[in-house]
Design a protein around this ligand. Structure first.
Ligand SMILES: Nc1ncnc2c1ncn2[C@@H]1O[C@H](COP(=O)(O)OP(=O)(O)OP(=O)(O)O)[C@@H](O)[C@H]1O
Length: 453
């Protein structure tokens, strides 16, 4: 890890002692040291420069150690402050440490050395914090929605607008869509576009955690709260403090936990399992489900009051089969990335393979498409991927997955709709491809059986 330069402010009215500390610290050329003989002089300087740490003399002419410490903490949150005092009083030391001082030293011959070691520690923490911030910024750049979310279709263009709107405020967002449509990707995009982007994005899939552990996973637990709780554990809500908490498959939360979640959201406070202290948190919430939450409410599986709390800004992700030629854009991007990562020569889809992808129903949506093209890149004998390389479920596309209870009329509408989506609503072209009259399609539009999106 590179050495971080450090700026240290010394607030000390004894000029000789101040020089002594400064002399020691300036032996390291990476340290910038500023000396102030009063708290006021230091406060004035804060407008032009901020320190990475401060040493504070306990008895200054313009305030007690406690007062100046508080004023400094308000102006410099998260900056370590070491208090140095001429009197060795344990109670004062304990009081200052409780108030949040980083350390407390009595003034003696050892102080400059002790200070030297403290600066080394602070410097290490600082380097870690800077590295962390750099990595977060990198991740933030990766999540430019227009780069991370591939698609050019009308619903995806509308999605970009909604992401920008959602990112401008802290409103709760509820994302719905079939499995693999990109719900988590959208949640990340909102987080990394928002003012919270430097803070954590914490994702929890409600169905992935055993029911009996979920409460403690979300809200944490105190030591001894239940058998096996050997230590205190911070829950996901607290981990996401300052950032975003993404709760996936929210419809699968059991009714008990729904009640607790509602309380927590209403009060913006939680209690760890086995604890009695209330802890306030500040996490932006994004929830997702592949189910129809409204229907879940009607059928009594989801609390109505929680539904209204969580609805916030609803974002509905269309299934891949309704995104027209986005299928090809996505396939191309996945192929390029996969070949580059695996040092394969670039591969391309043949015209026949493209037609198959365009007319497949993709019940697993984008996730399925990704898996199919990656496997095709592996299976293909040469650089051109043909239909035989595509392992599509339900045969070679066109009919896709048809529910058993669908009438013939509904099935025809479904097929016509898919062709309209893929061919940008070109009715004439679709009529020719399907060998049906274009008036049939117009009639279906009039009857609201299909639409040109
Ligand atoms: N528009 C898109 N552009 C690029 N990649 C996408 C897009 N949509 C989804 N993906 C990719 O598809 C995969 C599935 O996406 P994601 O996990 O976000 O879906 P999901 O809807 O949250 O799935 P689930 O319902 O199973 O939780 C991921 O690898 C994701 O990066």
């Amino acid at each position: 890890m590179p050495h971080a330069p450090v700026t240290i402010f010394i607030i000390e009215d004894n000029a000789l002692y101040s020089e002594l500390l400064a002399y020691k610290l300036t032996q390291n050329p990476d340290y910038t040291v500023r000396q102030f003989s009063s708290a006021q002089a230091c406060f004035q300087h804060l407008a032009t420069e901020k320190p990475d740490m401060v040493t504070l003399d306990y008895s200054l002419p313009d305030g007690t150690g406690e007062q100046v410490l508080r004023q400094l903490q308000e102006r410099l949150p998260n900056v370590p402050i070491i208090v140095i005092s001429a009197q060795e009083d344990v109670n004062t030391a304990v009081g200052l440490l409780k108030q949040g001082a980083y350390d407390y030293f009595a003034k003696d011959a050892e102080t400059p050395d002790r200070l030297w070691h403290s600066v080394l520690k602070v410097r290490e923490q600082l380097a870690l914090r800077r590295e962390n911030q750099r990595l977060r910024e990198q991740v933030g750049q990766k999540f430019d929605p227009k780069q991370a979310i591939i698609g050019n279709s009308q619903p995806i263009k509308e999605l970009f607008t909604l992401i920008e709107k959602a990112a401008r405020t802290g409103i709760t967002v509820s994302v719905s869509g079939e499995t693999g449509t990109g719900k988590e990707l959208v949640a990340k995009a909102i987080h990394y576009r928002s003012v919270r982007q430097q803070q954590p994005f914490v994702a929890v899939n409600v169905t992935a955690i055993p029911r009996e552990l979920l409460e403690s996973e979300l809200f944490g637990h105190e030591k001894g709260a239940f058998t096996g709780a050997v230590n205190r554990r911070i829950g996901r809500f607290e981990q996401a403090h300052g950032g975003t908490l993404f709760l996936d498959e929210i419809a699968d939360l059991d009714l008990n936990l729904q009640a607790k979640l509602l309380r927590v959201l209403q009060e913006r406070e939680l209690t760890r399992v086995g604890g009695s202290k209330t802890i306030s948190f500040d996490a932006r919430l994004i929830v997702a489900t592949h189910r129809n939450l409204e229907q879940e409410v009607k059928e009594g599986r989801f609390r109505q009051d929680l539904y209204y709390r969580l609805l916030g800004l609803p974002i509905v992700l269309p299934p891949l089969r309704e995104r027209g030629t986005d299928v090809l854009l996505l396939a191309d991007a996945f192929l390029r990335a996969f070949c580059a990562q695996n040092h394969l020569p670039p591969r391309q889809l043949s015209e026949a393979a493209k037609q198959q992808l365009l007319h497949h129903s993709f019940p697993g949506n984008v996730r399925e498409l990704k898996a199919v093209v990656e496997l095709a890149a592996v299976l293909a004998e040469d650089e051109l991927i043909g239909p035989a390389d595509l392992s599509l479920r339900n045969g070679s596309g066109g009919n896709g997955e048809i529910p058993a209870d669908e009438s013939l009329r509904q099935q025809i509408a479904r097929i016509v709709q898919r062709y309209l989506d893929v061919h940008n609503g070109n009715i004439l072209h679709v009529a020719q491809l399907l060998k049906i009259g274009k008036s049939t399609i117009y009639r279906m539009i009039q009857n609201n059986e299909v639409s040109v999106r």
